[in-house]
Design a protein around this ligand. Structure first.
Ligand code: TRP
Length: 456
């Protein structure tokens, strides 16, 4: 593959980019993580703070990552090199991005594999409960393999023929499926209690821990903090409006998260289940809910199918960060990158797959971290999610915001943001540069501290 900008692939259209980037954003984060965090955070209170974090911090920071990507036309490492020249320590931040892509993809694919398994559960494991299912080594590794294989096949296709084409097909299907499940959920008897829990904030629930988790979720759900949006921005043509396209990505992503709440909370309350179940919420509680519900079998298949689809359009973006690094910097072909990196990711994912009961050594690592675990996490998957998917993204976003605001310079970054934009007036540019230089680094530093001191 050539290193020349003229040969670099581009998104074929605005809608193609928006769907691909929204596809990256919309994933397990919206449908699995957001509901359980909102359930633990008292419902409406969490939702309110989360929305503020998305609009005030996540969106302006997203514009920063997209601008850096488009300006450099490179993966995160190449983007940083293009600003600093080689030999700067900032390259390490780019290196962290590529590494984080590897690591997040590995454990993300395990959870996505469960979703695939649950979509066909009536066929492959009809009588298993979640504990037993997640602890079956052969089953979870096979499902992980199936999910990763789908991811590889899309990414091998490249930008236009692979990622963009599949996002255009899969996202509309996702939307329709969610809509069907919502209709079923809100027409259940007792659904109102769930809607009230979800929508009416109880201000006494708002704590520092809740703000940390809401802001962390805002970064995770928008695929921020590890260069995924730098990479997707690098395929944007100059004529594109970063603010408008990025704005659509935020709107679609927020809409899907809110819709996920509309399908889950009414069902949970209608069936008398506990919203504070945590990460198992979607896999343990929902199947029980579906089982008691008229048409539940069908709804269950639809739900887990849509969860798998959402996860797929995200996992491709995680893989693309790593692939684009090897394509740009090491001149590997896209094919070679996907299969070599993919095989390594698969191997790296095995400990996570075995960490939910299949292997004692990975399921309870108290022999390394003591009885209370590392930041309260005892299994391999939970530890990676905390270190890389939560604290790591905050640390990545902190350094990248300093890089964009101060090293590259918010004024240069703003020039890129303004190019091709019909909405970035002088006033908005001043607001954005102020956010990028001061507000975002300071706030993100706050959540880094929250994670480091285990404030959740
Ligand atoms: N945003 C996705 C979700 O909500 C996950 C994801 C994809 C991601 N790419 C990312 C998270 C990059 C962090 C960084 O499921």
């Amino acid at each position: 593959m050539s290193n020349e900008t003229a040969d670099r692939e581009e998104w074929s259209s605005r809608i193609g980019f928006i769907l691909a980037a929204a596809g990256s954003a919309i994933g397990l984060g919206n449908i699995w993580r957001f509901p359980y965090l909102a359930g633990e955070g008292g419902g409406g209170a969490f939702v309110l703070i989360y929305l503020l974090c998305v609009v005030l911090i996540g969106m302006p920071y997203l514009f920063g990552e997209l601008s850096l990507g488009r300006n450099s036309q490179r993966n995160p490492v190449g983007a940083i090199k293009s600003i600093t020249g080689g030999g700067s320590l900032w390259i390490l931040v780019g290196g962290f991005c590529v590494l984080a892509g590897f690591v997040i993809l590995s454990y993300y694919s395990v959870v996505a594999g469960w979703a695939v398994g649950y979509a066909v559960k009536d066929i492959i494991a009809p009588t298993m409960g979640f504990q037993e299912f997640a602890a079956s080594p052969g089953l979870v590794i096979a499902l992980l393999g199936v999910f990763l294989l789908l991811t590889f096949l899309v990414v091998v296709g490249g930008i236009e023929e692979g990622i963009e084409r599949w996002a255009k097909i899969l996202l509309p299907i996702l939307f329709v499926l969610i809509f069907l499940v919502i209709i079923r959920a809100v027409t259940l008897e007792g659904a109102m209690k769930g809607l009230k829990f979800y929508l009416v904030p109880d201000f006494s629930e708002i704590t520092f821990g809740l703000v940390v988790s809401a802001l962390g979720q805002a970064f995770f759900t928008l695929s921020l903090g590890m260069g995924a949006m730098i990479t997707y921005g690098s395929y944007l043509p100059k004529r594109e409006d970063i603010a408008i396209s990025g704005g659509y990505v935020v709107i679609f992503n927020t809409l899907i998260a809110l819709m996920a709440g509309f399908m889950i909370f009414p069902a949970i309350f209608a069936m008398g289940a506990d919203p504070e179940t945590g990460p198992a919420l979607v896999f343990v509680v929902l199947p029980k809910v579906f089982a008691q519900m008229p048409l539940g079998g069908l709804v269950s298949v639809l739900f887990f199918l849509l969860l798998s689809i959402a996860a797929l359009t995200s996992s491709i973006s995680l893989l693309e960060v790593v692939v684009s690094y090897f394509v740009d910097e090491k001149q590997w072909s896209r094919q070679k990158s996907v299969w070599i990196i993919g095989s390594i990711v698969f191997l790296m994912a095995i400990p996570s797959a075995l960490s939910q009961g299949a292997s004692g050594a990975f399921s309870n690592m108290s022999y390394l971290f003591g009885e209370s675990g590392l930041f309260g996490q005892n299994n391999f998957l939970g530890i990676l999610d905390y270190l890389i998917g939560s604290a790591g993204l905050a640390i990545g976003a902190f350094f990248l915001s300093i890089f964009i605001g101060w090293v590259w310079g918010a004024d240069y970054a703003a020039e890129e943001l303004v190019e091709g934009s019909s909405v970035m007036t002088q006033g908005l540019v001043s607001v954005w540069t102020f956010m990028m230089r001061y507000v975002i680094p300071v706030v993100v530093f706050g959540i880094v501290m929250g994670y480091v001191f285990g404030y959740l």
